[in-house]
Write a protein that binds this ligand. Structure first.
Ligand SMILES: C[S@@+](CC[C@H](N)C(=O)[O-])C[C@H]1O[C@@H](n2cnc3c(N)ncnc32)[C@H](O)[C@@H]1O
Length: 281
């Protein structure tokens, strides 16, 4: 046994190699997330809170509990294991591309239907879809259009936060003051701001596991799936990008995260640079 594994056995809540293997396999089967050996510490600290809350004494006991209570416990396990880091207008060049290139193009392309569909796949606590909605509103191009944003995530906790539309003021402090004033309102708690209903009206939040069936209808003009597939195996990524292509309009746009790529994974998109891709006809 390696000394680091030994270290996990000596802790307040012992975690054996077999316990870690069980959690790692379960996470991969249920979410696609791959947990390397180096993630042991992260898994320990995330799961220990849950183990305490359940008043269990070891990871072995938790693994048994999870096995015997899949229906109810799997949600807690998944919520604990996902990484939800996000922010408003993260990777700002994607929003610049929407404003300067993609939206003006869509106004012409969809002039007959006057409808536009965006999908934030892996939306976490909502900053990404709200940034999309603000960019839509600010463009002023889609007034009177049927403009909709689908925002999905596997994690029910982050979705609850996202649909509340409420953020600690710190989260919006980096935004230009005029954007803060136009799209966020005060609440009765000084430190909390709420997204303006004109913005939230564009968005439908839904729980959706990207690995399973997608109960979505119609094709999307733009898909944002950023900083999600980085945790998936190459095979899972390949299948996912293929499914995205099927769910998009011809010439639709796909934006992925800064450390992700479609290179060697999909022939169905052409790269426009800076992690922006266009679906081939
Ligand atoms: C790091 S966050 C990215 C948030 C946002 N897209 C951004 O770039 O700021 C990754 C999100 O993907 C979600 N996720 C992970 N596996 C998923 C799956 N199989 N299906 C749907 N969402 C998943 C996580 O719950 C998490 O909220």
């Amino acid at each position: 046994m390696s000394s680091s594994q030994d270290d996990f056995l000596q802790r307040e809540f012992p975690m054996s190699a077999a316990d870690y293997e069980f959690l790692r396999t379960t996470a991969n089967r249920e979410t696609g997330i791959e947990l390397a050996d180096s993630k042991r510490e992260m898994v320990y600290s995330r799961m220990v809170r849950r183990i305490r809350a359940l008043r269990l004494s070891s990871f072995a006991a938790y693994c048994r509990f999870l096995e015997q209570n899949k229906e109810t416990e799997l949600t807690h396990f998944i919520n604990a294991i996902t990484t939800n880091l996000t922010s408003f207008f993260r990777e700002g060049h994607h929003f610049d591309a929407l404003r300067n290139v993609i939206f003006p193009e869509l106004v012409k392309k969809n002039a007959a239907s006057r409808s536009v569909r965006l999908w934030s796949a892996g939306c976490s606590t909502g900053e990404e879809p709200y940034s999309l909605a603000i960019t839509l509103a600010e463009s002023g191009l889609f007034q009177g259009w049927d403009a909709k944003i689908l925002a999905t995530d596997i994690d029910s906790n982050v979705l609850a936060q996202a649909s509340s539309g409420e953020y600690i003021r710190e989260r919006i402090q980096g935004l230009p003051v005029d954007i803060q004033q136009r799209y966020f309102t005060r609440t009765d708690r000084l430190e909390v701001a709420r997204v303006d209903p004109r913005v939230s009206a564009y968005i439908s939040f839904r729980q959706l596991n990207l690995l399973n069936n997608w109960p979505v209808t119609g094709l999307f003009d733009v898909i944002f799936c950023r900083n999600v597939v980085i945790y998936f195996s190459k095979d899972t990524q390949r299948r996912l990008f293929d499914r995205f292509a099927q769910q998009m309009t011809p010439n639709g746009y796909l934006c992925i995260g800064h450390s992700e790529t479609l290179h060697g994974l999909s022939e169905r998109f052409e790269s426009l640079g800076r992690t922006i891709y266009r679906k081939r006809m």
